[in-house]
Design a protein around this ligand. Structure first.
Ligand SMILES: NC(=O)c1ccc[n+]([C@@H]2O[C@H](COP(=O)([O-])OP(=O)(O)OC[C@H]3O[C@@H](n4cnc5c(N)ncnc54)[C@H](O)[C@@H]3O)[C@@H](O)[C@H]2O)c1
Length: 345
């Protein structure tokens, strides 16, 4: 892609939220596979971030970390004026649905307003591609109808609403200025590096600390889970061959109910062999104000670019369990993440 620049790098890539879960995997892959790219990781280092996620590449010459806030317009403007950025991969966000019910303003501020700040600065600097990492949650839930990229957005929680609003701003820059944007809508992601507030690392960590899995509501709700490196491959595919101005679903046919997920993790971590033994490791807590039952999604559009998930659930979940054995304390307040969600606190 493109000619070498005077600093010796062919592309300068800004990744926002790179000390978080998915973006840290993305950065490791880009830094290792693309020594001709210079990667700038911009992260505020919020509670869910850990620079330990970047240890494998933190001393590489084609990588640099900047602590900063996407909502700080002066800082972001200066960043684009001085860093000569070609590509933006925008991951930074408030991401925990449970917290969004209590802190909807904060979610709107970071996820929507912060994206506008970044968009305006990137547009002003004339970057060649702006990839916005969105979510399948913008569709809202569905029991049977599979969503494709033309399905209407019907978000049902403040997190999804703030992501949907941000998407609208991103697309409006394409409509108005043909500013080169691409949007991805991803299913749930799992793997190492994820702050243990989300269901898979939370259940794993609870069990590894001899505590029960706390299931919200009935546990009948299902989720589709993709392994982190599969998502990285999807994003690399879209970065290289995705069409500008388009939206791409990034999904998987692997779907599991939360109660089945708990059962499988208990069997793997606690070596239980009977139903009675397994049930002893489960407790039920109050549900969220709204908890979508399913997010069925078609991904033919990204399949046509040649991407398919590669990591089988059995392998991915074993690798994830193994990683949390030694890395639970990578964040300052990991223990806090294990408490059940209380709707009215
Ligand atoms: N995790 C999933 O299952 C999933 C699924 C679909 C889409 N997504 C999207 O992918 C992106 C990354 O998700 P994740 O789960 O890796 O997130 P995460 O919560 O692990 O990390 C988010 C990162 O953003 C940083 N951040 C937050 N506010 C910031 C700000 N104002 N300025 C700069 N940095 C800030 C945090 O410090 C953190 O490092 C998000 O946009 C999310 O909506 C995630």
């Amino acid at each position: 892609m493109g000619a070498e620049k005077c600093d010796g790098y062919s592309k300068r890539v800004l990744v926002t939220g790179g000390a978080g879960f998915i973006a840290s995997h993305m950065i490791i892959s880009l830094v290792e596979a693309h020594p001709d790219y210079f990667i700038i990781n911009l992260d505020k280092l919020d509670y869910c971030a850990s620079l330990k996620n970047l240890e494998p590449i933190s001393n590489r010459p084609n990588y640099k970390f900047l602590q900063g806030d996407i909502c700080d317009s002066d800082f972001i403007k200066h960043l684009f004026e001085t860093e000569n950025i070609d590509i933006v991969l925008h991951f930074a966000a408030q991401t925990h649905v449970d917290l969004s019910f209590r802190h909807s303003y904060k979610f709107a501020y970071v996820n929507t307003y912060g994206t506008c700040i970044l968009l305006n600065a990137a547009y002003g600097a004339g970057v060649e591609k702006f990839v916005y990492i969105s979510t399948d949650e913008v569709y809202g839930g569905s029991l049977d109808k599979e969503f494709d990229e033309t399905s209407p957005k019907r978000p049902t929680n403040p997190y999804a609403s703030s992501k949907a609003a941000a998407e609208s701003f991103v697309l409006s820059f394409w409509e108005r200025y043909k500013f080169p944007v691409v949007i991805t809508r991803c299913s749930n992601v799992y793997g190492p590096h994820q702050y243990p507030e989300k269901v898979i690392p939370k259940f794993i960590s609870l069990l590894q600390h001899n505590r029960k899995c706390c299931i919200h509501g009935t546990g009948h709700q299902t989720r589709n889970f993709l392994y982190a490196t599969d998502v990285v491959e999807a994003l690399l595919t879209i970065l290289k061959t995705g069409k500008l101005g388009e939206i791409y679903n990034v999904g998987t046919s692997f779907e599991i109910s939360i109660s089945q997920l708990a059962r499988e993790l208990i069997e793997l971590i606690k070596d239980t062999t009977t139903d009675t033994e397994t049930k002893e490791w489960v407790e039920y807590v109050n549900d969220r104000p709204i908890n979508d039952l399913r997010y069925p999604m078609k991904s033919e559009k990204i399949h046509s670019l040649g991407w398919r998930p590669q990591v089988h659930w059995k392998d991915g979940i074993r690798r994830t369990i193994e990683w949390y054995k030694n890395n639970f304390h990578n964040w300052k307040d990991s223990k806090q993440a294990l408490e059940p969600f209380l709707c009215d606190s």
